[in-house]
Design a protein around this ligand. Structure first.
Ligand code: GDP
Ligand code: IMO
Ligand code: MG
Length: 460
């Protein structure tokens, strides 16, 4: 099905118009999207990078000549001086993070203020949203079944949007903004009190230094936000497209964390699929062209929920964690490590329509034999069956089908040309290609280290 759609894929654009390509994660996040966006920009095809969903739960790492920058909210084009940076209406904006990142970038010699545009329809993460996030996790933990969120207030901020009580970025410019935030905060404090009375949640004073300090920081950040370029971003993007300029949409999180198609409730609170690019930026779908899907040569996941391809041998999982520096770019939590999960990947490609694939971390391979997950099993009343379709809940998965193939040790670190690739890695890439053959995707580039130049092109 997906095959046919992709083969017939046409872009219906008026002559002279620019287009939008999107980069999305196809696993559980942290696939290296930031690096691939940075890499794509060097081709000169795009004039801007646009975040369309998520918030500061994202952590996108960029490495350039000894400099490391982790963008949580500032789009990953920040280290390219001529690239415009857009924060779309679909994003929940943590203003403290935003202002911090702008300052960090200034210190690194990148002043982004003149090329950063924030949608007046983007949503504000209030200073109490992170506390509500923690309180909700506290309650879930008591009842059994924490999500393992990033504590950045993402769920509560999106809940307030859907409940139509949240505030927009444009609201900060209104004369009655103080009143609006006071009303919202009163509501939040009542909810926090409910968590306290019913579940015993105490605001962790030690860790957060309390609500007052959070409010002070937030107020300062809002003051600085007012000096930034807040605009009708949908209008600006359509203007740029009409000028023939192309835009790269930056996905945060990944398909397996999509609020509708991930492993609910162990998901984030936004739609991470590229279908959301149009809604999260305010553009018609006709502009959407290539979908770049990003994966690692293995799989990682942070947070709750089942992780079917998790490496059973704990010492080996730890070795992957250490070699791949698999610690969250936002929370520092260790990421669980698993084998490449082709069953989940096929599902993610079908859902996203990804037609070009980046594979990262091909330099990290720790054993001479590696496994790949090709199917899921479910055992009920002592009867085991192989799942034909991707399950509604991953906790239904009680076993996996694996295939074993030769590994390549650490031979491929820093390899930057197809000619220098070890034969084992080349055969792994061909193996993946064959397994995905009916989906009509191309593996265009393979990452062999964290730096901008650590990659080789694979298929044209
Ligand atoms: P994102 O959230 O998808 O942008 O990914 P993160 O930045 O959270 O995590 C990816 C991590 O892998 C970062 O530390 C990157 O510097 C690093 N990285 C990206 N590509 C490669 C690669 O090909 N090899 C290695 N060793 N590290 C990589
Ligand atoms: P990037 O963009 C990996 C996970 C959290 C948790 C779940 C819900 O860097 O790939 P949330 O705070 O969104 O309510 O948490 O989603 N999660 C991520 N995991 N990478 C991310 O972003 C993530 N953003 C959220 O760990 O399981
Ligand atoms: Mg990340």
């Amino acid at each position: 099905m997906a095959n046919k759609i992709l083969k017939n894929k046409k872009v219906y654009l008026p002559k002279g118009q620019g287009f939008i390509d999107a980069v999305v994660g196809l696993q559980w996040g942290d696939e290296g999207k930031g690096k691939n966006i940075d890499q794509l920009l060097s081709k000169g095809t795009y004039s801007a990078v646009a975040r369309f969903q998520g918030g500061a739960n994202a952590g996108h790492t960029l490495k350039l000549g000894g400099v490391t920058f982790v963008g949580h909210i500032v789009p990953s084009g920040c280290l390219h001086k001529n690239i415009e940076l857009y924060i779309g209406n679909g994003v929940v904006v943590d203003v403290v993070s935003l202002i911090n990142e702008i300052k960090q970038l200034q210190d690194l010699g990148f002043d982004v203020t003149k090329r950063l545009y924030i949608s007046n329809r983007a949503k504000l993460v209030s200073f109490l949203h992170p506390f509500l996030d923690q309180a909700d996790e506290f309650m879930r933990n008591k009842l059994g079944g924490k999500i393992g969120t990033t504590s950045r207030g993402i769920g509560p901020a999106y809940s307030d949007v859907r409940a139509r009580r949240g505030l927009l970025i444009g609201d900060v410019l209104l004369p009655d903004f103080e009143q609006k935030i006071a009303t919202l905060s009163e509501f939040h404090l009542n909810v926090l009190n409910m968590y306290k009375e019913k579940y015993g949640f105490e605001i962790p004073q030690e860790k957060t230094k309390g609500i007052r300090e959070a409010k002070e920081k937030w107020d300062n950040a809002v003051r600085e936000l007012k000096r930034l370029q807040i605009c009708d971003l949908s209008f600006l993007i359509q203007k740029r497209l009409s000028e023939g300029k192309n835009i790269l949409a930056e996905g945060a999180q990944a398909v397996m964390l999509d609020v509708d198609f991930g492993d609910f409730p162990f998901v984030t609170s936004s739609n991470t699929l590229p279908a959301n690019v149009c809604l999260g930026l305010g553009v018609p779908h006709t502009y959407l062209r290539d979908i770049y899907g990003v994966i690692k040569a293995y799989t990682t996941k942070v947070g709750g929920g089942n992780f079917p391809s998790r490496i059973a041998n704990q010492a080996l999982e730890k070795a992957f964690q250490d070699a791949g520096h698999e610690f969250g770019a936002t929370t520092g939590r260790p990421r669980m490590c698993g084998w490449l999960d082709l069953f989940a990947l096929r599902h993610a490609i079908e859902l996203s329509g990804a037609n070009k694939i980046f594979i990262n971390k091909a330099d990290i391979c720790l054993s001479d034999k590696i496994k790949v997950v090709t199917g899921y099993k479910n055992k009920e009343k002592n009867k085991e069956k192989v799942l034909k379709e991707f399950p509604l809940y991953l906790n239904e998965v009680t076993g996996v089908i694996t295939e074993q193939i030769p590994g390549w040790g650490n031979k491929n670190y820093g390899v930057n040309s197809k000619k220098k690739v070890s034969k084992e890695l080349a055969s792994y890439l061909n193996y993946i290609k064959n397994k995905l053959a009916d989906l009509n995707v191309k593996i265009i580039s393979v990452g062999t280290g964290p730096d901008r130049e650590h990659f080789f092109e694979w298929e044209k």
